[in-house]
Design a binder for this molecule. Structure first.
Ligand SMILES: Nc1ncnc2c1ncn2[C@@H]1O[C@H](COP(=O)(O)OP(=O)(O)O)[C@@H](O)[C@H]1O
Ligand SMILES: [Mg+2]
Length: 603
């Protein structure tokens, strides 16, 4: 796989400058903005009208004052007042539509990004999910995508475009009214820019640190709540509280620094520049007023323009921090989007003709450097039941996962009806292989929905009940208050391990796959229920190819063949009876288990 930066965190982007942040934002955002170009133009044109109203207001005040002080023309004063009143009403209505249009664009872009990212993530290869924390992915989709659209587009970027135009217009008006005072009032701007640049520069690291911290906080909470039973069982509530307090302390420190800097630029700094600017206008303007080179109206209009100019400028400057933040968010999202999907659309879209003959040809595989599966070869035919036994960690589950192309094999081939599964599109392959995995995941919904999860075709309810009766699901579901409509809780927390296993088994059988992979699928069942289910698995034997990983040898007693795996290698293979006679590992396991069963109860 290509080397792509790590998905979580963002420390590597510490030294970014505002300029490069803008470039990143525009590079990544322009394609996202394209579909909304009309909505953006609509929003910007309303903003244009709002700005025009703001620009007109000081001119009306000027006219009003000049009419009152110079010519004492009261009808003009009344006209100006009425016009100002009308203007403020129109501006309020326009302003509502302006905010509405901007929010609409922002939310739409967030939704578009969230959709695109989720759609990509759900198709990423499994090893990527092992490599990164779930919370980092959740953070990307929920926080980062939201930040880009809602926070940035609607409250920063679109206003910024309008603000630049407004600033240029304001400068124009100031110079037009009195070029000397106008230019003098602009001299304050470089000072404000320099100060804000310094503050923003210092804030880079804070912004990145805050981002990493928030992500860590999410991850920690998610982990604690999902492991709440373990926390309770060992009584480590205080330990978790300490961990959380440490996080709160770190967060508090960073957030207070970042917020202070933020508000400093927004509030104190802009007020300072505002005041200096007003002093310049009133100082020099007052001087010109005394010399009759300026009217009272012009002085008032200029002071109003200067205030508008500095408010707009400080809003523009404060957008720098958000730009850095959004550039980081966009890069993190891009990091995910760059990752190649799971063998995208690669491979045949139909299974080869056959009943599900599976052949492992000298396959090897490793998760990291140490080999997990070493030159494993065996085959299992339709109608056969293959038992797979061996110590924990020997690679049994991995073998099951390789059949589903969760990971690509490093060497060798797995053939399905003579066709290398690496040449079959994964989603096609998986439709025909049913897996009941060791750690069963149920959705927090009803038993009925859990049973029907992912089914591509309609299954009549009678068929569902029939399968549930065979897999002993019906027996316990009938005792639940809402039967099949009972909600099972997060990850099936309201059910016992054995009940979950039975639902998972029924779910797999309902898919009617050619090949059934059962990874310790009956380990949590009592002996009687297990026997009943094993009988069902045996009965459906004429056509299906079944691979059964089991700890208890009794489970594989009736298998057609048993593969014994140790340390990723096949050490024995054959039918259970001949294996027993070989006096090897199978026989040893058999004796140990027999001995366990034979231990007399203590008196
Ligand atoms: N996602 C993974 N990343 C790295 N190593 C793994 C991963 N899953 C399993 N392993 C390792 O591979 C080996 C085989 O695991 P597994 O197939 O689950 O064994 P079994 O099912 O026989 O108990 C173990 O040593 C385990 O630690
Ligand atoms: Mg396992």
């Amino acid at each position: 796989m290509r080397s792509i930066p790590r998905l979580s965190g963002g420390e590597e982007r510490m030294d970014r400058k505002t300029g490069s942040s803008f470039r990143i934002v525009f590079r990544h955002l322009l394609p996202e903005l394209r579909p909304y170009i009309w909505a953006i133009l609509f929003s910007l044109s309303i903003t244009g009208l709002v700005i025009s109203a703001d620009l007109l207001q000081p001119l009306l005040f000027k006219q009003l004052l000049d009419a009152a002080t110079l010519s004492m023309n009261y009808p003009v004063v009344i006209q100006c007042l009425l016009f100002l009143l009308g203007l403020v009403c129109v501006r309020s209505v326009l302003s509502y539509w302006e905010i509405f249009a901007r929010s609409k664009v922002g939310e739409s872009i967030s939704a578009q990004l969230r959709r695109k990212t989720f759609e990509h993530v759900i198709h990423l290869p499994l090893p990527i999910f092992h490599e990164m924390e779930d919370s980092a992915l959740v953070h990307r989709i929920m926080h980062d995508c939201g930040e880009v659209g809602r926070v940035y587009i609607s409250s920063k970027l679109l206003p910024m475009i309008a603000q630049v135009i407004q600033v240029l217009a304001l400068i124009g008006f100031l110079i037009a009214l009195n070029w000397q005072v106008g230019l003098a009032s602009l001299l304050v701007f470089p000072l404000g820019w320099l100060i804000s640049r310094g503050v923003t520069h210092r804030s880079h690291a804070q912004v990145i640190r805050l981002r990493t911290l928030v992500e860590r906080g999410h991850g920690m909470l998610q982990e604690i709540f999902s492991c709440i039973r373990e926390v309770r069982a060992v009584g480590n509530e205080a330990g978790e509280m300490r961990r959380w307090d440490n996080w709160l302390q770190d967060y508090g420190r960073v957030i207070s620094r970042t917020t202070t800097q933020h508000h400093f630029i927004r509030g104190t700094l802009s007020r300072l520049i505002d005041w200096i600017g007003l002093c310049v206008v009133f100082g020099w303007g007052g001087w010109q007023l005394l010399g009759h080179h300026m009217t009272v109206g012009t002085l008032l209009a200029m002071s109003l323009y200067v205030q508008q100019l500095y408010t707009t400028l400080s809003a523009l400057l404060s957008g720098r921090l958000e730009t850095i933040e959004v550039a980081n968010a966009l890069e993190a999202i891009q990091n995910i989007l760059q990752r190649p999907r799971e063998w995208p659309d690669q491979g045949q879209q139909a299974l080869p003709a056959g009943d599900g003959h599976l052949e492992f040809e000298d396959i090897s595989f490793s998760y990291q450097d140490t080999p997990t599966i070493k030159q494993v070869s065996f085959h299992s035919a339709p109608g056969q039941m293959t038992g797979i036994v061996g110590p924990t960690g020997s690679g049994k589950s991995t073998l099951m996962h390789l059949c589903l192309r969760f990971y690509p094999v490093a060497a060798g081939k797995i053939l399905l009806d003579g066709q290398d599964i690496a040449e079959i599109a994964p989603h096609v392959l998986r439709q025909h292989i049913g897996l009941v995995s060791q750690d069963i995941q149920l959705w927090n919904t009803t038993i009925r929905e859990n049973l029907l999860y992912g089914l591509q075709t309609e299954v009549p309810w009678e068929r569902v009940i029939e399968v549930c009766q065979k897999t002993c699901v019906d027996a316990f579901v009938r005792h639940l208050p809402q039967e099949y409509e009972t909600v099972v809780g997060s990850r099936g927390v309201k059910l016992s391990g054995g009940e979950k296993q039975r639902i998972a088994l029924a779910r797999a059988l309902l898919r009617d796959p050619k090949i059934l992979l059962l990874d310790e699928a009956t380990s949590a069942l009592d002996a009687l229920t297990e026997r009943a289910i094993t009988n069902v698995l045996l009965q459906m034997g004429e056509k299906k190819n079944r691979l059964l990983v089991a700890h208890r040898l009794a489970t594989v007693q009736s298998a057609d063949q048993v593969i014994v795996i140790a340390n990723g290698k096949i050490v024995e293979a054959g039918d259970p009876h001949s294996l027993y006679k070989q006096n090897g590992m199978y026989a040893t396991l058999y004796h140990i288990q027999k001995l366990g069963e034979g231990v007399p109860p203590r008196s």
